[in-house]
Design a protein around this ligand. Sequence first.
Ligand SMILES: Cc1ncc(COP(=O)(O)O)c(C=O)c1O
Length: 385
Amino acid sequence: MNIPRQIPFARPWITDDDRKAVMEVLEGYILTHGPQCKEFEAEFSAFMGQGAHCVTVSSCMAALHLFYLQFGIGAGDEVIVPAQTHSATAHAVEWVGAKPVFVDCDPCTGNLTPEGIASAITPRTKAMCVLHFAGIPCDMPAIMALAERRGLKVVEDCAIALGARYEGRHVGLFGDAGCFSFYPVKHMTTGEGGMFVSRHEPVAQAVGRLRAFGVDRTHSERLLPGMYDVPSLGLNYRMSEMQAALGRSQLRRMKDVQAKRAELFGQYRRLLGVMKGVRLVDSTDPKAVSGHYCVSVVFEPPYMAKREEIVRRLNTAGIGTSIYYPQPVPRMTFYKKKYSIEPSTFSNASQLSDHSVALPLGMHLENADVDFIVAALSDILKSLS
Ligand SMILES: Cc1ncc(COP(=O)(O)O)c(C=O)c1O
């Protein structure tokens, strides 16, 4: 029987080594507060390079929340955030009582620009959160120069940008902190999980306490079991030992993951580059190395209004898809109601949300799959023109 090809949009890459690493933790009975998280933090620091101090956390959103708590950002403060992002980027600002101020993106990369950020700064602005969209690094030196001139804190939302570098420096190491996600469809996974990264050791140490009830001593630092103090308020945003063991095992393969994603993306770029009526979200900046998170294809005339039909036909052909992101965050009901923002303000973000599709990219694909996907897309476009 001829089984039709099925290519999911994304699929976590779990190997026998990963399973073994998790099972070893379960056999040892230390499920939290153990050596796996510490080792994962050290190995992630080595992967990032350039003096990264890392703190394992329960998710990227937890890391973002911790950033605002650590820097005392709250009621009466404004934080500049991208309109084209996941709701988590804005939610973290809301949860500390500050106001997210949405800024439209560059139409080609989906990233914030220094000019866009500058136009949104007010006397109440305390910080900005920049997202590296689709894995493409923002122009961080220019953004940091602006932030320093205006005295603003910077957090980099690196949820979809593992492996991305600008002028050789890994994203997350430009701002005051970077926040990573290990959700299953990301470059690597711990199920749920994330990493808070900072160039500043005292910031990482303080966030380490904040994510664990505000307790002053970790288990290994206690002179006697059970002896600790709580000098400040905290949360429980810890990662478990099973998650950390999985993360360590996954991280060992990150070089392979990056190389394969870059190669497959290059293939998509070549094939889609000659296709009429579509453009790829991509960067031409020679200083930028993308983490190649996804292949976002934007439909132009005559296909702009036909995105839903194109997606339906791709899915019927066995090709999984997604949309990054399904709506600019200020158009989502919570934000629309709360801030009554005029949606036309975000025309570039809206173009990505309303007229693009994200195609599969990851370790579950071979070159032949990319050929198949692009050929299927080409046939669908021809039949719709
Ligand atoms: C840009 C961005 N930020 C934050 C998050 C939240 O990540 P997590 O699920 O680890 O909290 C996501 C999730 O996909 C994301 O895309």
